[in-house]
Design a protein around this ligand. Structure first.
Ligand SMILES: C[S@@+](CC[C@H](N)C(=O)[O-])C[C@H]1O[C@@H](n2cnc3c(N)ncnc32)[C@H](O)[C@@H]1O
Length: 285
């Protein structure tokens, strides 16, 4: 495929690092501090993958929602590959409906910048196998591709499947149907008890949507141009920095407090606000 037939292109960020931009929507993947740094700081480190694998037991299941250029997934894959034989295996399920970003990331001139470095060959070969065969397996890590629209794919997922979710889709401006209360409720159903969800978004409507979907919600690390990101969990006690009363005040004052599937009328907003205020993490302890 020539570069012009690909729906994505490589761009240079203000910090000089390279990232991938989807031409149609104009959104850049990992636009703040760049692919490698954001994969690590927003997704892989906060999800404590190494520690969770070290607990032993059944495989740890990661839902990588928005495979894109595979930087998040391959960063998690490398953590798994570095564990000893007694650690839990990692199963990565990458959801994606368009493989152009991965095709571009696998080009030799882009692979290093996107984490698919060819020098060690293993990561590149794993991602290539995912592209060509829809799966790749080592003694430590099973990586599967779920190709298609995420909403349809999620409907097929059994309850309680995921331990970790990387929620890295394009923004609500580009993908309004994916950042809804309905979507987060479906995602909560697919999570096991003890699961965590990690996303770059810190918007009030994302956080209220996650709360209305049944997650507990907290503040995640700053990254690049964002002061905060978001971590959600099935159990409030797993959050280091749960949202509290000051965030509820912000919600009450917000002009865009809820996802777009909460009707924009005063009665619906009042009801949604009361439901958020009643979430377990806001009760007096
Ligand atoms: C921000 S990029 C993901 C970046 C990626 N996590 C990485 O590490 O490179 C968002 C991705 O979500 C995909 N996507 C958007 N809407 C989708 C949908 N409805 N179903 C499946 N994938 C979708 C896009 O094609 C795009 O590759």
């Amino acid at each position: 495929m020539s570069e012009h037939e690909n729906g994505c292109e490589v761009v240079t960020l203000p910090n000089g690092l390279r990232a991938i931009r989807e031409r149609a929507c104009g959104e850049v993947m990992h636009p703040g501090s760049g692919p490698l740094m954001e994969a690590e700081s927003v997704y892989v480190t906060p999800s404590r993958m190494a520690a969770r694998m070290g607990e032993g037991g059944d495989p740890l299941v990661l839902f990588d929602v928005g495979l894109g250029a595979a930087t998040n997934a391959i960063t998690a894959w490398q953590v798994s590959e570095a564990q000893g034989p007694t650690a839990r295996r990692l199963e990565i399920v990458s959801f994606e409906h368009d493989l152009d970003a991965l095709r571009l990331a696998l080009e030799p001139e882009n692979a290093d910048a996107l984490g698919l470095t060819q020098s060690g060959a293993n990561a590149w070969a794993a991602a290539r196998s995912l592209l060509e065969h829809g799966r790749h397996e080592t003694p430590r890590t099973l990586w599967r591709l779920c190709l298609g629209d995420f909403r349809a794919s999620l409907a097929e997922v059994p309850d309680g499947s995921a331990d970790v979710v990387f929620w890295d889709l394009f923004s609500p401006r580009t993908a309004p149907a994916l950042w809804t209360v309905t979507m987060f409720q479906a995602l909560r159903r697919a999570c096991r008890e003890g699961a965590s969800l990690h996303t770059y978004s810190a918007s009030t409507s994302t956080r209220s949507g996650l709360l209305l979907g049944g997650f507990a919600v907290g503040v995640g690390e700053r990254t690049g141009d964002r002061d905060e990101t978001t971590i959600a969990a099935t159990r409030p006690e797993d959050l280091a920095r749960p949202l509290g009363a000051s965030w509820l005040g912000r919600l009450a004052r917000s002009s865009v407090p809820f996802p777009n599937d909460v009707p924009k009328d005063p009665a619906a907003w009042a009801e949604a606000l009361a439901r958020v205020q009643g979430c377990p993490q806001f009760r007096e302890r």
